[in-house]
Structures are given as C-alpha cells and as structure tokens.
Design a protein around this ligand. Structure first.
Ligand code: SME
Length: 170
C-alpha cells in the first residue's frame, strides 16, 4: 500500500477520532446483500449505499475496468468523472499496481484527479476477478483531510474480497 503524507490541523484529528465507523455491521450488511445475488450492478449499487452510511464518506463507488480505461460504475455522492486511464490518478494507480492506495491529502498525490473539489482524502482498493486480474476498484472519498487509515483499508479490502467472490462464476 502507498501512503502520501498530509499536513493536518489538530482540530481535524479530533473530528476524525470522534467518528465511529462500524465496519463489523457494514461487513454483515455487505454479506447479506451479496448472498444469493449475482447481478453485478445490483450488488455494487447496494454496497455503495451501505458504505455511504459511514461517517465521513463524501463519495463512494466503483470504477470498472473496460479495455484500457476505468469507467464509472454504481456510486453514491456527487457527480463524478466518467473515465480514468490506466495508471492515472489514485484509481488508475491502484489498478496499475494491483494494491490499495491511501491518500491522506489528495493535493499531495501527484496526478490526483479532482472530480469534486470537496474531496480531501481518498482510499482506493482494487477488486480482483477469478484469474487475479483487477476487474474494478472501490473508491472512497472524504471531505476532510486524513479521514482514512489502516482500519478503513482493511475493512474495504474485506468488502473487495466479498465482491470478488461474486465474480468467480461470471
Ligand atoms: N480522485 C480519483 C478520481 C475519482 S473521484 O475521486 C470519484 C482519482 O484520482 O483517481
């Protein structure tokens, strides 16, 4: 995982630390909506809706690998960029490297793609198909700096793994 340093005002730490992201419940809900359902659009839409309930999630959704680009999939939040090239931005980097990218301050990530100027920090997790290739990425944006940490990465990687499990038979 790559990490990019941020400068954070002490007051923002207090705001973040007061957030309680109940990932145990999130993962139960995700397992619930995926159970017995193989339709990809339906599953990604429901997972985005579940994650959007988390405090500090300003935008959350999926970009799907289509040819040499990522194309916007189901999401919750403001209108977003439709296409992202391989290796471009945080999403394209997670796709290219096949690993999660945690960005505490998007202004300090070279090549960050600003779909919305309110996004301040970001976490992108790749989702693999049955052959080990990246099929899509899960992108979470916050409107506060340094909003995502190791706990968030681990939780979103578990979500990614659950979604991967639904792709095997596709
Ligand atoms: N910031 C992302 C683009 C997607 S939006 O945040 C929804 C990036 O740099 O890849």
């Amino acid at each position: 995982m790559e990490e990019y340093n941020s400068r954070r005002h002490p007051s923002e730490k207090i705001i973040f630390d007061s957030m309680n992201r109940d990932y145990k419940t999130v993962l139960q809900h995700v397992e619930g909506v995926l159970d017995g359902e193989t339709d990809l659009t339906a599953n990604l839409a429901n997972v985005a809706a579940i994650l959007k309930e988390m405090p500090g999630y300003f935008w959350v959704g999926f970009y799907l690998v289509k040819g040499d680009e990522l194309v916007l999939g189901p999401f919750q939040g403001p209108v977003a960029c439709t296409r992202i090239g391989y290796g471009k931005g945080v999403c394209g980097t997670a796709w290219k490297d096949g690993k999660s990218v945690l960005v505490p301050d998007v202004d300090r990530f070279p090549g960050h793609i600003a779909c919305n100027s309110n996004s301040k920090s970001e976490l992108v997790v790749p989702i693999f198909d049955g052959t080990g290739k990246v099929a899509m990425v899960l992108d979470a944006d916050s409107d506060t700096l340094d909003s995502f940490h190791e706990e968030d990465r681990q939780a979103l990687e578990k979500v990614a793994s659950l979604i991967s499990g639904t792709l095997v038979s596709e």
